[in-house]
Design a protein around this ligand. Structure first.
Ligand code: LLP
Length: 415
């Protein structure tokens, strides 16, 4: 489903004019489409129906409560990586029995929070970590369900910063060390071996790396299932890629399912998925207003009121986000799209054919629903943007814009 489209040269979010939203809520503004999120969830759940997976939305992609709640209402669980994310997921209504907790550096406090609430399982990424989890469980008199995170050492052919399942990465334990980790886990009090987990990377556009990771781990999985009666889950992580560029082929849920579902079915195991970007990436726009158009002898700069603090992906991953004119019509010009921050890295698009916008015009960055607002900061003391959810003809503010006062609220001047 394409939630963002033109009618009579005006950009719409579902049935709402994007220009209206900008007038009403100001800019920079994140706009999300609820129906797109729902459609993505249903497409994945439908494609994978034969293994009836538990789809744990990877909350890090977009932590807005309205987004999490939309997915929870579809039946999603949550994949969290911090106490803060666990707090958000619970607050937004995700059942605790559908929450999994990953990450290489969980603190004792975070583990105890998860244990007290009774999450589905923790991934375990190292031997010291399993000892820490066991100690926490013992202290609380609880049982911690764990899934050993396997690093299958496959190349997902994506950006180096978002590759997680190669042997050089800090994540998980090597395939040959998983049995040892499970033996240790079985000896520790308060630990129940619930399954194994992997996550090979993000924005993966081919199903082959997923299939390869499965090929490498399925025997281990079958063996552990035989060895430990409590072993039930295979969590194959997230990583399904979406289209950022016009014409780019996304990884379709059917293609993904065709490559992974038969092997999963054969294993006869409960499947967990942790998609983030796939569910919310193309459900979001970042709308901004042109402040100036600046011509230098070498270049044209379109200066807008959004910046790297609002969307850091172009700088951090050389990511391409399509730039749309909210009112279409003018020809294109070759330009850089930049923000007002005092850094040369403050760009949203470099040397691109952009709508020949003028001062006051509105532009929208596409595919900003995942790792957009979630990675925003207040650098240069720029208040965080507002977020709005559109649902059919309705729109509602799901995060108010920060004020200057909000920026200093937690500061203490001291002496
Ligand atoms: N599960 C685990 C354990 C993860 O580490 C991640 C993402 C996911 C699931 C969700 O992955 P997804 O389905 O969204 O690809 N900030 C980067 C992406 C970092 C991904 C980190 N881990 C970006 O903007 O591209």
């Amino acid at each position: 489903m394409n939630a963002f489209y033109y009618r009579r040269n005006e950009l719409y979010a579902e049935s709402v004019l994007v220009s209206r939203l900008a007038e009403r809520y100001g800019t920079p503004l994140y706009v999300y489409s609820r129906r797109h999120i729902q459609a993505q969830y249903r497409a994945l759940a439908g494609a994978m129906a034969e293994v009836r997976p538990l789809i744990c939305y990877s909350v890090k992609a977009n932590t807005n409560a309205a987004v999490i709640r939309t997915l929870a209402a579809e039946g999603a669980g949550a994949d969290v990586v911090s106490g803060g994310e666990l707090f958000r997921a619970l607050r937004a209504g995700v059942p605790v029995s559908k929450i999994v907790f990953a990450g290489v550096g969980k603190t004792g406090e975070e583990i105890e929070y998860g244990l007290r609430r009774g999450i589905l399982f923790f991934t375990v990424e190292s031997e010291p970590e399993i000892r820490r989890i066991a100690a926490c469980a013992e202290r609380l008199g609880r049982t911690a369900r764990i899934a050993a995170r396997v690093n299958p050492d496959v190349d997902p052919a994506t950006h180096a910063h978002i590759t997680t399942g190669e042997k050089e990465n800090k994540f998980g334990v090597a395939l040959q060390d998983v049995r040892g980790l499970c033996r240790l886990a079985a000896r520790l009090p308060g630990i129940e071996i619930a399954g194994i987990h992997m996550h090979i990377g993000s924005q993966i556009l081919s199903a082959a790396p997923f299939a390869e990771a499965l090929r490498r781990t399925r025997e281990l999985c079958a063996e552990l299932k035989r060895a430990y009666p409590s072993f039930r889950y295979l969590d194959i992580g997230g990583g399904i890629g979406i289209d950022y560029r016009p014409g780019q082929k996304p990884l379709l849920p059917e293609t993904y399912a065709r490559q992974v579902a038969p092997a999963l079915k054969k294993l006869g195991i409960s499947v967990v998925l942790e998609p983030g970007r796939f569910l919310v990436g193309n459900a979001g726009l970042l709308v901004c207003r042109v402040q100036h158009v600046k011509h230098s002898p070498h270049k044209t700069f379109i200066v807008v009121d959004a910046a790297m603090n609002d969307l850091i992906r172009p700088l951090l991953y050389e990511a391409y986000h399509e730039v749309l004119a909210v009112r279409r019509g003018r020809r294109a010009i070759r330009a850089d799209l930049v923000g007002p921050i005092c850094e040369s890295g403050d760009f949203l698009a470099l040397d691109r054919d952009l709508p020949a916008a003028r001062e006051g015009d509105l532009l929208a960055m596409r595919s900003a629903g995942a790792y957009g607002f979630a990675m925003a900061s207040t650098y240069n003391s720029r208040p965080l943007a507002a977020e709005v959810m559109v649902d059919g003809r309705k729109s509602f503010l799901v995060r108010r814009r920060q004020t200057w006062r909000d920026l200093v609220r937690d500061e203490v001047i001291g002496n």
